[in-house]
Design a protein around this ligand. Structure first.
Ligand code: URA
Ligand code: SF4
Length: 232
């Protein structure tokens, strides 16, 4: 049997009568859309206010996130929070989620080593991302690294080529019609863990903050108006 035959994808688990993020989160807790649910401790769904104007999409939960059941609570998340603050995006305007919602790892000597999700996992999990967008209707979607880029912009996405430039919602992206994105714009940047791995962390960090600054300016300029005073 191929992986596809054993993996129905998340769609059958997405509640069709969901009225809020809590309903989606409850559905995701039961998801068996791909094999990743069987080894992970729990699903790690998105987190943030339903009125958030910026959705940031990472790759998948890491070891710490898997244990806590919350996205971006480990080292990469700490760095991301600092960068968000330095880019002057109020943290209460951000909803954080991942392209893949269960932790993929390999056991080596008792340690759980992160494994990049395959294209098949990204495709299987995509209905949750679509459902989150449908609920949140974000103004700006920040793509953090290659996996999120592939989930949203297709396999040709290259972060080095696309980063830091506002992109309209891509009509050419596979199944873009699934995303009721309205006037959402995309901004791509590197994944915060790429900063942690970089030889020159200071330069990589400044690049991340500069890209997030583009997202910050987009929401300031949007019809829904400026951010609350004192948070600029
Ligand atoms: N890296 C991610 O992409 N997402 C998380 O939630 C944590 C680390
Ligand atoms: Fe479902 Fe996504 Fe988890 Fe796979 S990774 S089981 S599709 S929630």
């Amino acid at each position: 049997m191929t992986a596809d035959e054993t993996s129905p994808g998340a769609q059958p688990f997405v509640p069709t009568d969901a009225t809020g993020l809590a309903d989606l989160r409850a559905g995701a807790a039961r998801c068996q859309g791909c094999e990743l649910h069987s080894d992970a401790s729990q699903v790690v769904f998105g987190r943030g206010d339903a009125a958030a104007r910026v959705v940031m999409v990472g790759e998948q939960p890491g070891d710490v996130e898997d244990r806590h059941g919350l996205p971006f609570v480990g080292p990469a998340g700490r760095l991301l929070r600092r960068a968000v603050d330095d880019a002057a995006i109020p943290v209460d305007q951000i909803y954080l989620t991942n392209a893949v919602k269960h932790f993929r790892f390999q056991l080596r000597g008792g340690r759980r080593i992160h494994q990049t999700p395959d294209r098949m996992h990204i495709a299987a999990c995509r209905p949750w991302l679509v459902a989150e967008f449908a609920m949140l209707r974000p103004e700006v979607v920040v793509v953090l690294g290659a996996t999120a880029g592939q989930a949203l912009l297709g396999p040709g996405f290259r972060v080095t080529r696309s980063r830091g430039v506002p992109m309209p919602w891509p009509d050419s992206a596979p199944r873009a019609e699934d995303f009721p994105a309205g006037s959402a714009q995309l901004v791509a940047t590197i994944h915060p863990s790429a900063v942690l791995r970089a030889d020159d962390q200071e330069t990589a960090y400044r690049g991340l903050v500069a890209d997030l600054g583009v997202a910050s300016r987009l929401i300031r300029a949007s019809p829904r108006g400026a951010l609350p005073a004192g948070r600029v």
